[in-house]
Design a binder for this molecule. Sequence first.
Ligand code: TMP
Ligand code: ASP
Length: 323
Amino acid sequence: MLVVYSGKAKDVTLLEDNKVRITFRDSISAFDGVKIEDLKEKGKINCRTSTILFELLNRYGFATHYLSNLNETEMICRKVEIRPVEIVCRNVTAGSFCKRYGVDKGIEFETPIIEFFLKDDVLHDPLVAKEIAIQLGWVTKEESALMESTTRAVNQVLSVIFERISLKLVDFKLEFGRTDGGELLIADEISADTMRLWEKETGEIKDKDRYRKDLGGVIEHYKDILQRLEEIESHPEIPIKSTAEITIELKKSVLDPAGEVTLRSLQRKGYQGVEEVRIGKSAKISFSLTPSPNLQEIIKEISDSILSNPLIENYTFDFSSGE
Ligand code: TMP
Ligand code: ASP
């Protein structure tokens, strides 16, 4: 069978029916492959961790590439074309963020930060402004909005799950891919290689930073994370509070009588430079996220059928934490 892609830690083999087999190897790398070695059992542990986390996200209604687990080191996924940007979500300052801005590690953000990075080892995966990624064609505007809102919602779910097993989700990276049919799916792997996890009580590092910083005990800590995940794997019915914020605007081509009235009143009051006013509305829906059909689809359905009139209005939405 044809290996279509061989990365620093995984191989991807093309199967029939638009599926791929992903093989987790024992290699671990950092600093864009500058530091690389094999750690016994690492492939097995990351495959199992990714399997649990993807199954969990699928249950919570996220669209992911994961289909099934094949064996200890392999999973079967839908074939996607990986988008060239990685999305990083940060709850607490750490890693490249501290280096870039000269700030201490461990500062909790009020609202999680989303960053886009270009996937390019030669350029050392530079941070990229969303506007640049869109204008240079690395993602479409719609893709970037969906990637961002999905990543925020994933953060809500994973933060609560890890909290349950006494771990703090500091930050994580997601990759997205498109199917031949154009569907955008969460792809790649989700494991201790792709996130920062600190012991809740002591702040002890449990993730790939142990390897990056030569702290030792990489496999022991990866195994510990996995064992804790396995303990809650069988009862993941954890409700997670979330809020969807939906903004509804009249389509550009549609007349806006309320906007017209406001425009005339502003001009009467002497604001002569004002040329156009468009009045929109917004809605905040708070709900408890439980394993359910696709969350994005539910919000779209509510927005299409109740909150907006699709003939004359457009809407956008995002997720924030439930408080
Ligand atoms: P950073 O602080 O180095 O930018 O990393 C942010 C998060 O992204 C952290 O959880 C580790 C993860 N990450 C990857 O998964 N792959 C990478 O190549 C890099 C640089 C970071
Ligand atoms: N994933 C990157 C590498 O393998 C960088 C990192 O995770 O630190 O080199």
